[in-house]
Design a protein around this ligand. Structure first.
Ligand SMILES: Nc1ncnc2c1ncn2[C@@H]1O[C@H](COP(=O)(O)OP(=O)(O)OP(=O)(O)O)[C@@H](O)[C@H]1O
Ligand SMILES: [Mg+2]
Length: 280
């Protein structure tokens, strides 16, 4: 296995063990610098804390409907959630969180960056940067050349990197919400019931074939992101909606090449965001 993905997986496992718990990965020294990331997602709001070497220390999240496709639709609710996450982190780490970095989906413009930084500052952080979500995911996975497909709740972001630069970025309004709607229609159940069913590991064998066409569509869209169909490898799939055992197999078949899914793929972008919390 690729050395970078091994490192990324080790960090993801450390993070997953402490997220939303009363513990941190290790005790911080009093003078130690930390980095904080804020991911305002469609399905959840995630706060991540790293040390100066980008090793995960702590994190917390809450499910929320306060953001849609990267746009904050309920400002006060978003601020309140972020304040709660900050307090939880501060209690576990026994220190104040001072700075934070935020992120926006590509091409959502200056006004959405301004709103994200306003939310972060309203929760009493100094907002150091606002980065592009795919750039953050690429940084966490150490992608110099390759493609990252982030299948979130509201959208799928496809980002192509060459020589350490983001050369193309597409944001497609199809994600986990769409999968849930397909299930809700197929089984004639409510959206909330369908969401529960979708995440039920014991039902995955039965449910996945219903969702599979949505995954195939995402893979086809990914091919469209490549100029002259020339694939930029390796291809990574991240985001909460890749949490199906057969996701990579379906993607690989359409793309006709192996794709790599890190462990706990929903935490890749949030952890990447924190890597940019540098006060300069
Ligand atoms: N175990 C699971 N199985 C299937 N889908 C899952 C699972 N866990 C989470 N999801 C789905 O992942 C999606 C959320 O993913 P993620 O946390 O990456 O999104 P987000 O960052 O909040 O949204 P976006 O990036 O679109 O703004 C939701 O649609 C959720 O239903
Ligand atoms: Mg996301």
């Amino acid at each position: 296995m690729d050395i970078n993905i091994k490192k990324a997986n080790a960090n993801l496992v450390d993070f997953a063990q402490v997220v939303n718990s009363e513990h941190s990965v290790r005790k911080l020294l009093a003078s130690e610098k930390i980095k904080v990331g804020v991911d305002l997602g469609t399905s959840s709001i995630v706060l991540t804390v790293l040390d100066k070497d980008n090793k995960p220390i702590y994190g917390a999240y809450e499910y929320a409907n306060a953001v849609q496709d990267g746009i904050v639709v309920n400002y006060l609710e978003t601020v309140k959630i972020l304040q709660r996450l900050k307090q939880r982190a501060e209690a576990v780490l026994q220190r104040n969180l001072v700075t934070a970095c935020g992120a926006i989906p590509p091409e959502t413009g200056n006004s959405s960056a301004k709103i994200v930084s306003n939310v972060i500052e309203a929760a009493e952080f100094k907002c150091t940067h606002i980065v592009d979500e795919p750039t953050a995911a690429g940084k966490f996975l150490h992608v110099a050349d390759g493609t990252v497909v982030d299948v979130g709740g509201g959208t799928t972001g496809i980002s192509v990197f060459k020589n350490d630069n983001l050369i193309k970025s597409i944001d497609e309004p199809t994600g986990g919400t769409h999968m849930t709607l397909v299930l809700s229609g197929y089984y004639r159940i409510s959206y909330d019931e369908a969401e529960k069913l979708k995440r039920d590991k014991t039902k995955e064998k039965e449910v996945y074939p219903v969702i599979k066409p949505v995954v195939e569509k995402m893979a086809t869209i990914t091919i469209g992101a490549f100029k002259n169909k020339e694939k930029i490898l390796p291809i990574y799939v991240v985001g909460g909606s890749t949490n199906f055992d057969e996701f990579e197999t379906t993607f690989s078949k359409i793309l006709q090449t192996n794709v790599i899914k890190p462990m706990y793929p929903q935490f890749v972008t949030p952890l990447g965001i924190a890597m940019y919390d540098e006060d300069d």
